[in-house]
Design a protein around this ligand. Structure first.
Ligand code: EPZ
Length: 414
C-alpha cells in the first residue's frame, strides 16, 4: 500500500533509536567506488535512496552483500562508466557519483539527476568546479558525459556552499595530482563524515567541516570499515513531532552537537529537553508556543530539510510564526496539503506565515516529496481524527520505517 493512516489526537509516549544518516551514507557509497577492494559500512539505513544507489553501484560492477544495517562493498573490478538508466535518472544523489567515477575510471556517463518539487536542482556549481580540476564535460541530450584522465588539484571557490558540489570536489580531489583548496565549502556534518571516511581509506584531507578544505591527492585509496553517524534530520523530525503532538519521547543515538539550531527553536516552542549520553528526553508541558521567525540557512543554521516538519508543528502552536526559506526556491508545496487539515498558512514568495489553530482535522493528503511527507505525519499525529497520507514511497526514501518509529513513539498508525 502506498499510504499510511494515522489516528491523531493522543499524546506521545515511547522511545526510538535514530537511524543512520541518509545524507552521509550516499556520498560515502560513492567514495567506496574508489577502493579497488572491500569496504564495510555499518549502521547503513534501510531506505529506498540507498537501495537505488546500491543498484547503481552494482551496475558499475560492484559486488554488494547486505547483512541488516551492515554493507560489504567489493569494488575491485568496475566495468563501465555508464549508470543504469532506470536508477540514476530518478535519483538526484546520483550526481555525487561523478567525482568518484572520474577519480577511479577517468570517465563517466550519468543521466541528468531529476529535479523535484522543491526546486530545479541545477548542477552548474558541480560542473564548473570539476572543470577547474581538468574534467571535460558534455551535456548531451540523454545525459552528462565526462572525461578526466589526469585530475589536477586546483584552487576553487564555490559561489554558494553547495553540499553536493563540495562532495564532488572532495571525491575527485582525493586522488588528483597535487593539492586542491576548496573555499566557501559546505560545512554540513555529512561533509565531515565523508572526509572522515575518505581519511580512513588513506585520503589526506584538512579542514573538513570548515569553509576551507585542503585535499592532497594520493595514489590509491584502500578498504576500510566505517560506522555511519545518526541522521540529524530524522532526529529533528521526531523532536518536532513531540512538540506538535504533545506527550513525552525518548530518542536514542541523537547527534546533539549537530542539532544546535533545531534545539534552540524547540526551546522557543516551550519544549523541555533532558539529555543523558546520546539520548534525549523531550516533552512539551501544554501547548507549544509559536510567534517567532525562523530562517533556513546552510549549516550550522536551521536546516532546510526540517523546514516542512517545523511548519507542521507551528500549525498547532500558539501565535503567528514566520518561516523564511533561503536554500530552495519551491519548498513550501506542503502548505496546500496542510491546509486540507485546517492549517492557516499564508505563503508569499519564500516566506510562510503560520497562525496556530486550536486543532487540525484528519484528512486524506498527499506527500509530494520526502520531508513534506514527514511533515504530514507530524500534522496527522497532532490532528483530531484519522488521516490518510498517500504517496508513502516519498517518505520511505529517507525514513527507514516511519510506521514502526511512529508506533514506537505512541502514535496510532494503521
Ligand atoms: C543536499 O542536497 C541534501 N541531499 C539535501 O537533502 C539538502 O536539502 C541540501 O543538501 C541542502 O542542505 C543530499 O545530501 C543527498 P545543495 P544538494 O547543492 O547537494 C543550489 C533531503 O531531504 N545549487 O547544497 O542538492 C540548489 O538549487 C535532501 O534529504 C545550484 O544552484 O544541495 C539549492 O537551491 C533534500 N547549483 C542550493 O544550491 C548547483 O550546482 C542548495 O543545494 C548545486 C546547487
Amino acid at each position: 500500500m502506498d499510504y499510511l493512516e494515522i489516528e491523531g489526537g493522543s499524546p506521545l509516549c515511547g522511545e526510538v533509536r535514530i537511524q543512520g544518516s541518509k545524507n552521509a551514507v550516499l556520498p560515502i557509497l560513492s567514495a567506496a567506488l574508489q577502493c579497488p577492494g572491500t569496504t564495510v559500512i555499518d549502521n547503513c539505513p534501510d531506505i529506498s535512496d540507498v537501495a537505488s544507489m546500491l543498484e547503481i553501484l552494482k551496475g558499475y560492477g560492484c559486488r554488494i552483500c547486505r547483512e541488516g544495517t551492515r554493507l560489504i562493498i567489493d569494488a575491485e573490478t568496475l566495468h563501465s562508466g555508464r549508470a543504469p538508466e532506470d536508477y540514476a535518472g530518478v535519483m538526484r544523489s546520483s550526481i555525487m557519483l561523478l567525482g568518484s567515477l572520474l577519480a577511479r575510471m577517468g570517465e563517466a556517463f550519468l543521466p541528468y539527476p531529476g529535479g523535484c518539487v522543491i526546486g530545479k536542482r541545477p548542477i552548474d556549481l558541480h560542473l564548473e568546479a570539476l572543470r577547474r580540476m581538468g574534467a571535460e564535460l558534455w551535456e548531451e541530450p540523454e545525459g552528462l558525459r565526462a572525461v578526466c584522465r589526469c585530475p589536477k588539484g586546483a584552487h576553487i571557490r564555490l559561489p554558494f556552499p553547495s553540499v553536493g558540489a563540495t562532495e564532488n570536489v572532495v571525491l575527485l580531489a582525493a586522488r588528483a595530482e597535487g593539492v586542491t583548496v576548496l573555499e566557501n565549502a559546505a560545512r554540513e556534518p555529512e561533509i565531515l563524515e565523508l572526509c572522515r571516511f575518505l581519511a580512513c581509506m588513506g585520503a589526506d584531507i584538512e579542514g573538513a567541516g570548515t569553509d576551507t578544505v585542503r585535499i592532497r591527492g594520493v595514489k590509491e585509496l584502500h578498504g576500510t570499515e566505517y560506522r555511519i553517524m545518526p541522521d540529524r534530520i530524522v532526529a529533528g523530525t521526531y523532536m518536532l513531532l513531540a512538540a506538535a503532538a504533545g506527550g513525552k519521547v525518548l530518542l536514542r543515538e541523537v547527534p546533539f552537537h549537530q542539532l544546535g539550531a533545531v534545539r534552540q527553536v524547540l526551546r522557543q516552542m516551550g519544549a523541555r529537553q533532558e539529555s543523558s549520553g546520546d539520548s534525549l528526553l523531550l516533552w512539551c508541558p501544554g501547548r507549544s508556543r509559536g510567534g517567532f521567525r525562523t530562517d533556513t540557512a546552510p549549516y550550522p543554521g536551521f536546516p532546510t530539510d526540517l523546514q516542512s516538519p517545523l511548519m507542521a508543528a507551528l500549525c498547532v502552536a500558539d501565535g503567528t510564526s514566520v518561516i523564511q526559506e533561503h536554500i530552495f526556491e519551491a519548498r513550501f508545496k506542503i502548505a496546500e496539503e496542510l491546509g486540507r487539515m485546517g492549517a492557516d498558512i499564508r505563503i508569499r514568495d519564500d516566506r510562510a506565515c503560520i497562525t496556530g489553530v486550536k486543532r487540525l482535522t484528519g484528512a486524506q493528503v498527499e506527500a509530494k516529496e520526502l520531508r513534506g511527507g514527514a511533515a504530514l505525519c507530524i500534522a496527522a499525529a497532532a490532528a483530531e481524527g484519522k488521516s490518510r497520507i498517500c504517496q508513502y514511497h516519498y517518505i520511505a526514501r529517507g525514513y527507514e520505517n516511519i510506521i514502526r518509529d511512529l508506533k514506537d513513539l505512541g502514535v496510532v498508525v494503521h
